[in-house]
Write a new protein. Structure first.
Length: 199
């Protein structure tokens, strides 16, 4: 009788065990809104310098996790900045709106207390839309996106995210003939901070 009871209790325990394992990973989706700084690397090609004023923007992010560690992310970011081309101290400035759409693979490490670190890598596109500059038109560029950061859990569902994103792409020339041969590979750094909801 004792053996039979022990077997029943053991079988019931084994049946419930997977449920405990799943409880750890029940929230597969995340939405986050972040503010970010936009810092373009200054580059010189053929004697022509390209840089931009440091500015900020807004980033919206959606993540879906297949398991505790692996997921994918879709992003939309917007910023408004002044891009500059020129020789020496003579620079032509273009007020530009930037629209970024990207997708990335996310690897999330196991939580350390309330902090969950992650790294990401992906691809996307940036549309540079100049404002009121004669002869300039909107131009799209492909981009490589990489980064990392951490989520700090405030509750089961709400967290604060701090991250760094880097974008590598060809600088825009906006279809301006005089700038066509001056595009070059450049880099934008985007440190970001925001709040998110996990469900």
């Amino acid at each position: 009788m004792k053996i039979k009871t022990t077997l029943i209790v053991l079988a019931a325990g084994l049946t419930v065990l997977p449920a405990f394992g799943q409880e750890e990973f029940t929230q597969k989706q995340e939405v986050t809104v972040l503010g970010f700084g936009d810092f373009l690397k200054s580059t010189t090609s053929n004697g022509v310098r390209n840089d931009a004023e440091n500015t900020g923007g807004v980033l919206a992010s959606y993540r879906y996790f297949f398991n505790q560690h692996n997921g994918v992310e879709a992003n939309y970011a917007f910023s408004n900045f002044t891009d500059r081309y020129g020789v020496g101290s003579t620079l032509t400035s273009l007020q530009t709106r930037s629209h970024e759409v990207s997708a990335a693979y996310i690897f999330r490490l196991s939580p350390i207390k309330r902090i969950t670190p992650f790294v990401e890598a992906g691809v996307g596109g940036i549309v540079f839309d100049p404002k009121s500059f004669s002869g300039a038109s909107a131009q799209a560029r492909a981009a490589f996106v990489y980064g990392g950061g951490a989520d700090v859990n405030l509750s089961r569902h709400i967290y604060v995210r701090a991250e760094y994103r880097g974008l590598v792409y060809n600088s825009p020339t906006w279809g301006v003939t005089a700038l066509n041969r001056f595009d070059r590979v450049t880099h934008t750094a985007e440190p970001a901070l925001g709040i998110g909801y996990r469900f």
